[in-house]
Design a protein around this ligand. Sequence first.
Ligand SMILES: [Zn+2]
Length: 565
Amino acid sequence: MKTTQAQADPVRPRAPAEPLRLDRLIRAGAIHSMTGEVYRCAGLHGEQIAAVSADPHGLDDLAGRSTVVVDARDLTLLPAFSDSHEHLMEASRNTLLVPVDQARSIAEFTALIGAAARDTAPGGWIVTSMGWHESNLAESRLPTGAELDAAAPGHPVFARRGGHLAIASSAALAAAGIGPGTPDPPGGTIGRLSDGRPNGVLEGGAVWQVSSHAPAPDRAQLAQALRRGSAAYAALGVGTIREAMINLEELLAYQDAAERGLLSVRVRPLIRVGNELTEQQATALIRGLGARSGFGDDWLRLWGLKFVMDGGVEGGALEQPYADDPRNSGHLNWDPAVLTRVCTEAVRRGWRIGTHAAGDRAVRTVLDVYEAVAAEAGDLPPWTLVIEHALLSDAAQRARVVRGGFGVTVQHALLWNMGSEMLTTWGPDRTRQVNPLNEWLAAGASLAAGTDIARPFNPMTSVWGMVTRGTKTAGVQGPEHAISVAAALELYTMGSARLNHEDHRLGSITVGKLADLVGYPADPLTAEPDDLAGLTPAFTIVGGRPVYDPHDMLGPASQESSARC
Ligand SMILES: [Zn+2]
């Protein structure tokens, strides 16, 4: 993105039917449009950006008595962030569950479970937040199933960690019918002690085997949790989240939340088509949906379907064996021929597809599938077939992605969060090659940036990571793959808007687009990169409505922009 001083002439509608009166007029030190211009003031009307000007007073004649004038010349405005792959539902549900993400040691972790057990009827389930990670524990290891047993004797305890791993107590394993003789499920592993008994560690498909037995919050609870969860993201400057995996019950909770005006961010969900389904079941699920990608409104619009080809850092399908286990090279969850037929049916019915592929063998396999789908289904619009993550890839795979016109969502936050784990399991060479954004961009790939961390995460920390390749505990990994701040911001705004097929509505500060804006007390394009990691917004506006305004800078929400249903 080049940033040039915009023309002094204000950009505004040519011949408004009636004189335009702005709801809100914001003057700022700089307003980066993300399409190359820098403005000094922006006028909002209803849900939209109505006018912009490079002159701080260029829109004064559009202000009336009811216009709220915001003088924020010490702030820099950007389009609100659009997270192209995050789990808002999981992050929101976490707020209803045992908050083990707060633990900093195994003792604190099990103490939280013990406290929950005292509040739970004998034999009742105890389910934890999935937002924890062992790298935040002093011991830097997973708790064991035996430790969960000791913390909550007789209770089924289920501690999911992210999307691909969980620890279950003996009672939870028993409730799911998992014992010494249970074989590993498709696309998953049941961790075992030396005598063959399950040790409580579940990976991939084995996580779903137990989670389907654990009680889930009801729709009303989820809708309220989404209110809190989405507000936490809005407070970090996020305006849109592509919700990377939900089921149909969760979609209902989203609809409830959207109808009641509880969402502070726009949501673009992907519906999970699980690999535990047979081909016939998967096809029947898709045929039964009765809608297609794009259904919804500006607040809640279906993005598409979600498939998961391999595991995460533990189960990702690699071309070469794991660094810490030469017999293991991860697992593929789908037979490529089956997935090709299911995806072909889906795109013919108007669905976009996002497929999780972490390891390079999974990326290669998904490319085989996508190329076959494209050959079967004919011309597909850009961003119909998307690879989620592509943590490991080689130049030949990147060239195939570009040739095929496929999209890729990238999340530096995964390297940031799990870099230490990658160093152990994948080794240093592969770790420094994770998400080489500069090589992807040089190859001409269509990328969109996000986080995938299932808890409110500052997008500016992601930007810092994309620019420095810095991580939480694994130092700087592959600094040669860094990109510029402007490029990182572009992938996080316009890139995601293109992914969502909404670049005509969102992604930049442009007259006629929806007014999703975030104000920062420093200009990210001129700040020192290391100052970005902790940079947080002064306010966030979504659809003209202040969704985060802790210092009351923005005045009241206008009638028009606050009413929606
Ligand atoms: Zn994800």
